[in-house]
Design a protein around this ligand. Structure first.
Ligand SMILES: [Zn+2]
Length: 295
């Protein structure tokens, strides 16, 4: 049997006039066999009707390249905060947006939506975790889709919830819909949260003990601009940060992670997208010193 190819892609924008078709074309041009996108601007919740987003054209192009829909991931806007107990009206808006977002994700035939769990905004962590789990239950109960929500591991910036595997596990175990919840591990975030991200075997052992490896559905593969445990969350290009190429390469090719799709969210270099180069190096293992200068 032919070995399945490692799924490696990046964040790709979705813009007028080609929308999803354009996203697929861009991802293919960077040598990607999967990608992640926002259904609109990441910083707001305004969304166009899915019928205008050239979804079928994009999916047809994916099929032409033998890329299954499951290689694609949607990222929810980062302003969504299910733990906002300070302003209930804001939380209500987040809930109604997420309900609609699940339907949108389903319209793309994408199986997973990645979500930042939320920020406690000075409230007790335990209360925030309950609020997130209750919010997720409400959203999942009112959705006709079968989309799974991936809770992302966070750097612990400000009052972020989800900067430890325990907190992610606590959200999942507080939910009535654990079958619809899973996890996305971000290498920059766990590094910034204080984990020894370079000891992958120990990371996976701990992840398995606390959350369960079967719930690991995606990896955000990023280097970090800051030292370990800085709680900053600033992504850096592959090989230029505190994690380094060797470790990130090992995440891509680790035997226990071969089936998990990986997505880069590294910064542009000036106007230029770094992804084709980063992906080529991460596939081949051949790192080019100062590769940014060659873009
Ligand atoms: Zn994220």
């Amino acid at each position: 049997m032919e070995q399945e190819e490692i799924v490696l892609g990046s964040h790709v924008s979705m813009a007028s006039p080609d929308f999803y078709l354009g996203s697929v074309k861009t991802a293919l041009s960077w040598g990607e066999n999967g990608f992640m996108f926002y259904t609109g601007a990441p910083q707001n919740t305004r969304r166009l009707p899915v019928s205008s987003l050239k979804i079928e054209e994009g999916r047809a192009l994916l099929r032409e390249h033998h890329i299954p829909d499951k290689n694609i991931l949607v990222h929810a806007p980062y302003i969504i905060n299910l733990a906002n107990l300070v302003k209930p009206s804001v939380r209500e808006l987040a809930l109604s947006f997420l309900k609609e977002e699940l339907e949108r994700v389903a319209a793309f035939s994408v199986p997973h939506l990645v979500l930042h769990p939320g920020s406690s905004l000075g409230e007790e962590k335990g209360k925030a975790i309950q609020a997130i789990a209750e919010g997720l239950d409400e959203v999942l109960e009112e959705s006709s889709s079968s989309v799974t929500i991936l809770l992302e591991t966070m750097a612990g910036k400000g009052s972020e919830v989800g900067s430890s595997f325990e907190e992610i596990a606590a959200i999942i175990s507080s939910s009535r819909h654990q079958d619809r919840l899973a996890c996305c591990l971000d290498t920059c975030h766990i590094h910034d949260a204080g984990y020894r991200e370079d000891d992958i075997d120990s990371i996976l052992e701990e992840f398995d003990a606390k959350i369960g490896l079967s719930r690991l559905k995606a990896i955000h593969l990023n280097d970090s601009k800051n030292p370990r445990a800085s709680h900053k969350d600033r992504h850096e290009n592959i090989g230029y940060g505190g994690i380094g190429f060797a470790t990130l390469y090992r995440y891509v090719h680790h035997p226990k992670l071969l089936a998990i799709p990986k997505y880069l969210e590294t910064p542009y270099v000036g106007e230029k997208a770094p992804y084709a180069k980063e992906i080529e190096m991460l596939r081949s293992g051949k790192y080019i010193e100062n590769w940014k200068d060659t873009l």
